[in-house]
Design a binder for this molecule. Sequence first.
Ligand code: GLC
Length: 451
Amino acid sequence: MRLVMDGVPPEPPSLVEPEKSGNAASEERDARVAWFRHARYGLFIHWGLYAGPAGSWKGVEYPEIGEWIMKWASIPVAEYRELAAQFRGDRFDAEEIVSFARRAGMRYIVITTKHHDGFSLFHSQVSAFNAVDASPAGRDFIRELANACHAAGMPLGFYYSQSQDWTHPGGAVVRDEYWDEAQRGDFDAYLSEIAEPQVRELLTNYGPVALIWFDTPVHMSDERATRFVNLVRELQPNCLINGRLREDRAGFDYSSMRDNQAPDRGAGHAWETPATLNDTWGYKANDHNWKSADTVSFKLVDIVSKGGNYLLNIGPRADGSVPEASAEILTKVGDWLLPRGEAIYGAGPTPYGEELSGSGYFETDKHWKYREPQGWRCTTQPGAYYFFLFGDHGAEFSTPGLPGAVVSVDLLTDAGPVALALSAADSGVRFRLPSEGRSVLGDVIRVRFRE
Ligand code: GLC
């Protein structure tokens, strides 16, 4: 079953290099991705009609990801479209979401504007199957979020399912396994009449778009993908394009890993790990398999220490409210992160690598999971290295070699930096952590040196 999860067969954690030819020069791309690499941590929001069924259909509960319920239950198009009549989103509050993301320490937001089910959260002129025209909500939720993000200076990106569309005729379905005759049609006609015009609407009507998050590139030949690239470059040249536009998954501005995957080692180009917080993207009433706050802080640090970004998901309920458990976890991580942010935002990757060995992911029946938070990680800023210690690490730590004479060593605590006494180790420094000021989400030690 897991083969179906992301619509493509599983692959080992590896990074597909951003496309270098037939696209922009890499200096241009480096300039475009600068803000993204600095941001490091983003909020993914999967919200749509699937939040209504919340994982069950006609009394049957489906164990797979919630936003694919239409496929799991082979729901006919006409019947699925009826879900719009119950979609109100009364509790969707864009400003609250933006301040929540801020409080959680997240520096960009990506929301599903149209997922594989074809329903759009924005007002589209090319399909009435949208939140304004087809639902009693009568609201353009994307406009609301865009306004709130722009007011707060929060970069906003749009997830858009360019290939798969299960309710517009001609939209792709994985392996062409249609379950309703109404889905059949001409794929290129779907692209030119629905997908391309909708991407145009998204890039025209909502102000600056930080990135477009394409997904499941079924039947996305180079030629078809290029049409989207041209559209994006024409309308918003600074908008980033992720790594799931084209069939070969080559990253355009950055590459996208799979759910919760990170590579064993860093890479020079920009990349991102999208991640579920439980085992679904879209809301499922009975999925309580939450990752703990210390797992999240560890993953964030691990990813940043390899030069990547972490895009962590919430799946609001059909009414727009955010499940309390996910809000609590993200807020806890935010409380830990904010006083230690200098070690994450704009931080460079580890100058070492020995600490990463054996850190790999392992595959379960459904997902790639990360090992328990343990060991150490390192990130850098000019003149400083940050050592993160996870798990039951003991009070003493010796750093590997440092690039200059040490000026100070501080434990970053909730109350601010606390200076530590140090002694010389073989090639670096050795220090002892006090019992106060430590955190179960990871201890962060800043070592400043003269370069
Ligand atoms: C996969 C799934 C999709 C989800 C996405 C998020 O591609 O098909 O449902 O939105 O992963 O990363």
